[in-house]
Design a protein around this ligand. Structure first.
Ligand code: ADP
Ligand SMILES: N[C@@H](CCOP(=O)(O)O)C(=O)O
Length: 348
């Protein structure tokens, strides 16, 4: 078989922020949000050049340790492709280590870009998802990031113990009702997902697991049927939020206040961002209650659900739902929530 070659033209990839768990659906449920990172990549004659603007510009590596580069290398390995050099330009908007899936977005951007740059070899959408889940270590964020919308991810377990590297990751995208919106309350300080996962116990009481199973089923129905009346009950969790609360007291207090006011507040991913699942007509009310209750320095953002997932903006190959050619990224910037998918800032 001939060796893969590379497209001369740069590719641009847009990837959405994601909120995982959504309360009870630990490591399974994910929601893609209208808040995006963009990466432009071109094949160079030699070397590696990484330009970063926005979130993480002061902290992320500019070498082979850069997460997008690592994901690209992993994807090129699976494609059997060796690019002579790479140039990346990253426009980062998703805040890091806040529970909004920045690492999943970086991984998905790298894999989708590597695939779009390679001619003569490809990865299926399922292979892209599998690799992304392996690199991320859990499938929920990358599922929503790649497919868009509301996703249910699971692992077909290969051995006795669940292991993202050995198991086969699966995903089902389900359509959230059109009225569904999210409000994110984002703190100034982050908490790494690795640290937040280390706070979880190895075993949980059977009653807690049973309760979460029921709530997860209910949440899927509530989000797909637009049943705002069920969201508060459906977002109760016993598997991770309480164990993580000591590491994010501000988030725990804000969740308690929002829930007492009837709003379906949860820890977004591994935190410490607080996410409220709501409907279009309630966004203002949620921002008002949360703004009054949140610690100083937090930001409130009303967000639409992203429907497209990761988009390679100038890939020509058919790549399946949410991963094929999309619209120009510039056209979405600055419009209002509900119209399309961009964050609106409510000042906290
Ligand atoms: N766009 C990016 N480019 C490079 N590295 C990134 C990018 N986004 C995230 N990362 C890496 O991932 C880390 C955050 O991942 P994580 O702790 O899983 O939090 P989250 O995914 O919830 O934002 C960052 O500190 C950084 O090392
Ligand atoms: N299921 C994971 C989700 C982590 O999401 P992130 O956005 O914080 O990376 C977990 O709860 O650990």
């Amino acid at each position: 078989m001939p060796s893969p070659v590379f497209r001369a033209a740069p590719v641009r990839v847009r990837v959405p922020a994601t909120s995982a768990n959504l309360g009870p659906g630990f490591d399974s449920l994910g929601l893609a949000l209208g808040w995006y990172d963009e990466v432009m990549v071109r094949i160079a004659d030699a070397g590696l050049r990484v330009d970063v603007a926005g979130e993480g510009a002061d902290t992320v590596a500019r070498d082979e340790g850069h997460l997008v580069v690592r994901a690209m290398r992993a994807a090129f390995d699976r494609l059997g492709a060796r690019p002579p050099g790479l140039e990346l330009v990253c426009a980062n908007r998703i805040p890091h280590a806040r529970g909004l899936g920045s690492s999943a977005a970086a991984i998905c951007a790298g894999i989708v870009a590597a695939r779009a740059l390679t001619v003569g070899a490809t990865l299926s959408d399922d292979e892209v998802f599998q690799l992304a889940a392996e690199l991320e270590g859990h499938p929920d964020n990358v599922a929503a990031c790649l497919r868009g919308g509301f996703t249910i991810a699971w692992l077909d377990q290969a051995g006795e113990i669940s292991d993202a590297a050995a198991d086969t990751a699966r995903v089902l995208r389900v359509e959230p009702a059109e009225s569904v919106r999210a409000v994110a309350f984002v703190p100034e300080a982050g908490l790494s997902t690795e640290v937040a996962r280390a706070l979880l116990p190895k075993l949980v009481p059977h009653a807690d697991a049973a309760r979460n199973a029921g709530r997860t089923a209910l949440l899927t129905a509530a989000l797909t049927q637009g049943r705002a009346d069920l969201l508060l009950a459906a977002t109760q969790d016993r598997l991770h939020q309480d164990y993580r609360a000591p590491a994010m007291p501000g988030a725990a207090a804000l969740i308690a206040e929002l829930r007492a006011a009837g709003h379906a507040a949860v820890v977004s991913g591994a935190g410490p961002t607080v996410l409220v699942l709501t409907t279009e007509d309630q966004v203002e009310a949620v921002i008002k209650v949360g703004t009054a209750a949140a610690p100083a320095g937090w930001r409130a953002l009303g967000l639409a659900v992203d429907a497209a997932g990761a988009v390679s903006l100038n890939a020509t190959e058919g790549a399946g739902r949410g991963m094929d050619s999309g619209t120009d990224i510039g056209t979405n910037i600055g419009t209002d929530i509900g119209k399309d998918s961009n964050p609106r800032h409510g000042g906290l």
